[in-house]
Design a protein around this ligand. Structure first.
Ligand code: DGL
Length: 278
């Protein structure tokens, strides 16, 4: 029985295609694991929506992935991780890993100044999830946060470098650049694509923490801890599901994943989602 579970896929969901940056790191860290990816492209963005809406969406995404027989759930979306993890953990009987804690842990281990910057979507920053996670690990660390909403459409458009992007990055980052931080957490699925520009604007002395990379390491540790590592597989199977498929999807998705996606399937989970009234 345990072997059946070990051979089961890892489920990953995101509000859209951004979570492919997490899938990419997961594939690198665990090349023998099967992956089922769900991108909620019909309802993206999550980053500007209310917590209760994002929680309802996260539940329907999780139900879909559990119906596919996954052994572990990865919430690749920073916004969904910020607001949905407690309710997913209490509702579903499956190990759940989000991107906040791994990013926070890394940042705390790297800072020498005791001051950490965090950038993310408005919902992630408003939730204070990174701030709380960092302060839980070390209450003496100061956290300076900043929402950078335009970074998401820029990465989607493939505008990740150049004068215009640098101007926007300067506008967002100038207020946290000179606060004495020595670490900046890229708290959004899309930001690793803008890494070069963000580093250029922040300067070489600031260490960037990529939550996607840290999460892949955390998943590996969790699989070992739970005795769920797939030991048999010499090659792996990857399935990609979306709640909406646009003409440009394949080229944009390839850029996020770093390899071509051959097959995607559209799923309809939207009708079953109930968002409670405020
Ligand atoms: N995936 C989201 C995140 O990491 C960014 C895109 C969105 O707003 O849905 O926060």
């Amino acid at each position: 029985m345990k072997n059946d579970i070990k051979n089961a896929p890892i489920g990953v969901f995101d509000s859209g295609i951004g979570g492919l940056t997490v899938a990419k790191e997961l594939i690198t860290a665990l090349p023998g694991e099967d992956i089922i990816y769900l991108g909620d492209t019909a309802r993206v963005p999550y980053g500007t929506k209310s917590g209760r809406t994002v929680i309802a969406y996260s539940h329907s995404n999780t139900e879909f992935l559990i119906s596919k027989g996954i052994k572990l759930l990865v919430v690749a979306c920073n916004t969904a991780s910020s607001v949905s993890l407690p309710s997913l953990n209490s509702e579903f009987d499956i190990p759940v890993i989000g991107v906040i804690e791994p990013g926070a842990k890394k940042a705390v281990s790297v800072t020498k100044a005791g001051k950490i910057g965090v950038i993310g979507t408005p919902s992630t920053i408003n939730s204070s999830a990174y701030k709380k996670a960092i302060e839980e690990l070390n209450p003496s660390i100061e956290v300076i946060s900043k929402p950078c909403p335009l970074f998401v459409p820029l990465a989607d458009e493939g505008w990740t470098e150049g004068e215009l992007v640098e101007r926007i990055a300067e506008e967002y980052l100038s207020s946290i650049k000179d606060t004495g931080i020595d670490v900046l957490v890229l708290g959004c699925t899309h930001y690793p694509l803008l890494k070069h520009t963000i580093q250029k604007v922040m300067g070489e002395k600031i260490t960037l923490v990529d939550s996607a990379k840290e999460t892949a390491m955390e998943i590996k540790q969790a699989l070992i801890r739970e005795n769920l590592l797939n030991e048999n597989s010499s090659s792996s199977n990857k399935e990609f599901y979306l709640t909406d498929v646009s003409d440009t999807f394949l080229s944009v998705a390839g850029r996020f994943l770093g390899e071509d996606i051959k097959k995607i399937e559209m799923v309809d989970i939207i009708g079953t989602t109930k968002v409670p009234s405020p």
